[in-house]
Design a binder for this molecule. Structure first.
Ligand code: UDP
Length: 323
């Protein structure tokens, strides 16, 4: 298939583009490189530098390449930042998304796999979280993703789009070539690994008084190699709708730190902090639907493999890409 990947120079986009190319697809990456990295561009992909907020740019890219499908990652993705700059999130994630959908219409591309998130559920009362759990985001990031799910649902009804929303839980791990490089880094695993890299004395742990067995928050960590495979499957299956991508298992912050101690052989001291605002105690996917509709089951998301692959990448890229 000819596929356009928006945000293909980002963390999950780069690994998905790599996998699509490995499977023999023809890939064009559309990315503004604002938060993506030139070094994360797979050299086998065609690259178009452009911004989704520029409707003419995405229209040109789609008309020029006329792909059979779009895999849409390009977005802002920091919860805290979205609380300070909601306009940036609605501008990029929602307006940029609408520009993409309109350009797809003009180019005759109807198939889209959209990078959504468990942040669209907010703080659900029940765990594990099924796809029909009411969606009530607690921040503009999650809201912008939910709004674009709704836009695509209408484009499906009115224009015959075939849409899949993949709602990721906690993306982590690395491929051999591509890994996680955010600035600022807010995610747990790369922040833990800064300690054995000698860049931080201790890892900050936010909150130890949650209603969980060890008092720290529980998350469902999913390896980006598994996420990448799910996108490839979503492109070829005859399915539309929402799918959670998680393992169904949760690990606490302390369990993740313990695994990092084992994998790196470093004692990794903890600097206990107050709770981080907005963190739900437990977010774990009900993962059965992904298996039913996509034939997908995680293969690389044992916590040990997640931390080992992340550690391998950060050791060879201690300051991230190209720094
Ligand atoms: N966390 C932490 N220290 C950090 C980063 C994160 O204790 O340096 C905690 C955070 O409070 C949450 C969990 O680790 O409970 C996962 O956070 P992350 O930002 O990786 O993902 P989120 O679940 O917020 O999307």
């Amino acid at each position: 298939m000819k596929i356009l990947v928006t945000g293909g120079a980002g963390y999950i986009g780069s690994v998905t583009a790599e996998r699509l190319l490995d499977e023999g697809h023809v890939v064009t990456v559309f990315d503004n490189l604002e938060r993506g990295h030139r070094e994360a561009l797979d050299p086998r992909a065609q690259f178009i530098a452009g911004d989704l907020r520029d409707s003419a740019a995405i229209e040109r890219a789609l008309i020029q390449t006329r792909p059979e499908a779009v895999v849409h990652f390009a977005a802002y993705a920091l919860v805290g930042e979205s609380m300070e700059h909601p306009e940036a999130y609605f501008g990029n994630n929602l307006r940029g998304g609408i520009n993409l959908a309109e350009a797809m219409l003009k180019a005759g591309t109807r198939r889209i796999v959209f990078s959504s998130t468990c942040a669209t559920y907010g703080q659900p009362e029940r765990s594990p979280i099924t796809e029909d759990t009411p969606q009530a985001p607690t921040n503009p990031y999650g809201e912008s993703k939910l709004m674009f799910e709704k836009v695509l649902t209408w484009y499906q009804r009115l224009h015959g789009f075939q849409t899949v929303f993949l709602r990721y839980f906690n993306a982590c791990g690395a491929s051999e070539k591509y890994g996680e490089d955010h600035d600022p880094e807010t995610h747990l695993i790369p922040n833990i690994l800064k300690v054995p890299l000698g860049q931080q004395a201790a890892v900050r742990v936010f909150g130890d008084d949650y209603a969980t067995p060890d008092g720290t928050c529980i998350r469902d960590y999913i390896h980006i190699a598994d996420l990448a495979r799910a996108h490839c499957l979503a492109l070829v299956k005859d399915f539309t709708g929402a799918v959670n991508l998680g393992t169904g298992d949760g690990y606490s912050v302390r369990q993740v730190v313990d695994m990092a101690r084992r994998v790196t052989g470093h004692p990794i001291p903890i600097a206990q902090q107050p709770r981080r605002p907005g963190d739900p105690a437990r977010l774990v996917a009900e993962a059965a639907k992904a298996e039913r509709v996509l034939g997908w089951r995680p293969q690389h998301s044992q916590l040990e493999e997640i931390v080992r692959t992340a550690w391998a990448w950060h050791r060879t890229h201690p300051r991230g890409y190209g720094k």
